[in-house]
Write a protein that binds this ligand. Sequence first.
Ligand SMILES: Nc1ccn([C@@H]2O[C@H](COP(=O)(O)O)[C@@H](O)[C@H]2O)c(=O)n1
Ligand code: CDI
Length: 169
Amino acid sequence: MNTMIALTGLGYDIHRFAEAPRPLMLGGVHIPSARGLDGHSDADVLCHAVADALLGAAGLPDIGFWFPPGDPACKDISSLDIVAKAVSLIRERGGRVVNVDSSLIAEAPRISPYLEQMKNALGSALGISAARVGVKATTNEQLGALGRREGIAAFAVASILMPEEEPQP
Ligand SMILES: Nc1ccn([C@@H]2O[C@H](COP(=O)(O)O)[C@@H](O)[C@H]2O)c(=O)n1
Ligand SMILES: C[C@@]1(CO)OP(=O)(O)OP(=O)(O)OC[C@H]1O
């Protein structure tokens, strides 16, 4: 019988605001904002942090391995697809996602009205209930680059169950 073990992963990402107008995507949700984030993909820092947390928990290479930075195939892709890819990689190995928690660090815009939408969108991509997805927001108390509204950052942790590897003889 295959014993399942609980594993935890951590993800972090930061993107600067773009000079040119762009939609602001966070957790797969379009947030009304005068400015969007710069990036080759849709620059969704929250999805990128969540994907890296999942990949880290599974002991797999990080997001840039599966979606090479600047790859034409990644141009403007929805980062929910990146989260879904991380979930597939875990499932292919017999694992499953238990829960995800995350924090966005943004001086602006105000994110709290969109937290439930983000939990729903991420829950769908993760294949888990929105009740098992945490999304929180905090300012950086006007400190540093984030405090000067130069960008948005996100942290995420993920808990997954994976089949325990057979001990080597
Ligand atoms: N971009 C943001 C940042 C924060 N919030 C909400 O405000 C609360 C207080 O934030 P502090 O940084 O002052 O502690 C926080 O708990 C969030 O609910 C937000 O909506 N959007
Ligand atoms: C998914 C990728 C693909 O270019 O997205 P980017 O928008 O470049 O975002 P970043 O978090 O800098 O790096 C991850 C990349 O692999």
